[in-house]
Design a binder for this molecule. Structure first.
Ligand code: AMP
Ligand code: ZN
Length: 459
């Protein structure tokens, strides 16, 4: 097999080869846990999951790290405004720590419902304060920092190629800047450490050689990726919004400290749009995976929808699109269930599928190969074995699907799938909540050794 991936750094699709034979280090910027994830965020994680599965298909062992940002991400990516966690705390009346716990749990439940593979580690920013302090101290020793009244900043003017990832026009940025810079010397400079405000106490704060405060969002990812993968690893991913600020700053810090640009490949998923808007957490009324489940949509139908668009094109979310994805998935499941086991995969189809996914993850073309196979005249057992191979990348859990009695409504079936995920993840509180939700719809669910048993609630 051959694998070529688009690298934002070089702006080209180029052949992928691991830095160390057979091992691939993959770092994906994780959620900021001050609110629920929306289906836009989840599109990015589906893209990264497919990438990981394709790397595995190529025989690589993947060390996959997804961080949890539970401190330091300010309301504006440019170091302005309040910490999102502390703001979330004011909004809900819970402590910043409780907020982080609650939304991390909710995130993990979405993660499992989409059949995303468990990463090797989920490092939390608040568990890596010493590593971040050490990183900042090294930057200071090398002369890359300066202090202002509100924090310690990174001096981006020290690097001629600062912003190369985003092809930043630095002169243009400076000329056009209208934002209040405070004591920042250059518009691109960014906070490594922010001081706690003088007149109020933060819930999340730590002592440092520069004063009590909290880390900047960018240093978290540089420090945690270096700790878990080393300062030069294979692939760093995130959504396209990270190119201009967050990833440019991660690169700047790591280059200053370790002399590397952190990752050999930089890959970015394009946005999910709702009408003509980018879906964003700050909008408030965003669509969650749970919103879809409540409408009778299976989480895996959302996964299927993500596969229908190339990760480097924007995907518009509409009612029609998700309904079409659900019916395509239903058709696929139904066809698959009718096929007997015991066959072997068709080599020609496998080769074509592998070639499509190996060409910068061309999932829309891979799905076309899948449907061609489904409609083909090949023996049913051969089709089943071939689809089993495809599903190692698609992740639609076709082999695990069971028919439910036809009189079970779609929203009940969807809740049951989500509950199965919660059970698999030992999230008993969520499983209980879903049992109550099913009860409210008139269905009783019992757990048995062979899985969940559903019956109409007689009372
Ligand atoms: P956050 O939790 O806001 O830090 O974002 C988590 C991930 O979702 C990051 O990789 C973002 O780049 C990505 N992201 C944010 N909004 C969208 C969107 N509308 N579509 C796709 N990805 C997004
Ligand atoms: Zn990050």
């Amino acid at each position: 097999m051959s694998l070529a991936l688009y690298d934002t750094w070089s702006r080209t699709v180029r052949p992928f080869a691991p830095l160390q034979t057979d091992h691939v280090g993959l770092y994906c910027c994780g959620p900021t846990v001050y609110d629920y994830a929306h289906i836009g965020n989840l599109r990015t994680y589906v893209f990264e999951d497919v990438l990981r599965r394709v790397l595995m298909l190529n025989g690589y062992e993947v060390r996959h790290i997804v961080n949890i940002t539970d401190v330091g991400h300010l309301v504006s990516d440019a170091d302005e405004g309040e910490d999102k966690m502390e703001k979330g705390s004011r909004r809900t009346g819970k402590s910043a720590w409780e907020i982080a716990e609650h939304y991390t749990e909710a995130f993990l439940s979405d993660w499992r419902a989409l059949n995303l593979l468990e990463p090797t580690a989920w490092p939390r920013a608040t568990d890596h304060i010493p590593e971040q302090l050490e990183f900042i101290a090294a930057l200071q020793r090398k002369g890359y920092t300066y202090q202002t009244a509100d924090g310690l900043y990174f001096d981006t003017t020290r690097q001629d190629d600062y912003g190369h990832l985003a092809r930043l026009d630095r002169a243009g940025l400076r000329a056009g800047t209208r934002v209040a810079m405070g004591e920042k010397r250059d518009v691109s400079d960014f906070a490594l450490w922010k001081f706690s405000p003088m007149n109020s106490k933060r819930q999340m704060e730590w002592d440092s050689p520069w004063g009590r405060g909290f880390p900047g969002w960018h240093i978290e990812c540089s420090a945690m990726s270096a700790k878990h993968l080393g300062p030069w690893f294979d692939i760093h991913c995130g959504g396209e919004d990270h190119i201009g600020v967050h990833h440019s700053n991660e690169i700047a810090q790591t280059q200053a400290c370790h002399g590397t640009r952190l990752a050999n490949f930089w890959m970015h998923g394009h946005f999910l749009m709702l009408d003509d808007r980018k879906m964003a957490k700050t909008d408030g009324d965003f669509v969650r995976l749970q919103t879809l489940v409540d409408q009778g949509i299976d989480p895996l139908a959302y996964r299927y929808l993500c596969l229908t668009a190339h990760y480097r094109s924007t995907l518009r979310f509409t009612e029609e699109a998700i309904t079409a994805a659900q019916s395509a998935l239903d058709r696929l499941r139904k066809a698959y269930l009718d096929w007997p086991g015991g066959g072997t995969a068709d080599e020609g189809f496998v080769r074509r599928f592998d070639a499509e996914v190996g060409q910068d993850l061309n999932l829309p073309r891979a799905l076309a190969v899948l449907w061609e196979l489904v409609r083909s005249e090949l023996p049913a057992a051969t089709r089943r074995a071939t689809v089993d191979h495809f599903d190692t990348v698609l992740g639609l859990r076709l082999a695990e699907w069971q028919v439910l009695a036809p009189d079970i409504p779609a929203n009940v079936a969807a809740l049951l799938t989500v509950r199965e995920e919660a059970r698999a993840g030992k999230n008993w509180a969520e499983a209980d909540r879903l049992r109550d939700a099913l009860r409210a719809l008139g269905w009783r669910v019992e757990d048995s050794a062979s899985g969940q048993r559903l019956s109409p609630d007689e009372k």
